[in-house]
Design a protein around this ligand. Structure first.
Ligand SMILES: [Zn+2]
Ligand SMILES: [Zn+2]
Length: 59
């Protein structure tokens, strides 16, 4: 099964290594919708949210 990237619309390649799901070759966005675990947030997304909070605290 192949998915379209929800970020840039490119075809995503299956990633069957460390983490199951798809990875976009263009923007490296990861997809787990095809696995039925879309509610799980990516580590990268969690990092991004955390960095935003840190910036808010410093400002
Ligand atoms: Zn993409
Ligand atoms: Zn997918």
């Amino acid at each position: 099964m192949r998915c379209s990237c929800t970020v840039c619309g490119a075809y995503m390649a299956n990633s069957e290594g460390i983490e199951l799901g798809c990875v976009c070759p263009e923007c490296l966005h990861r997809c787990k919708a095809c696995l039925g675990t879309d509610s799980v947030k990516d580590v990268e997304q969690i990092k991004a949210l955390h960095e935003e909070k840190v910036e808010d605290n410093e400002a």
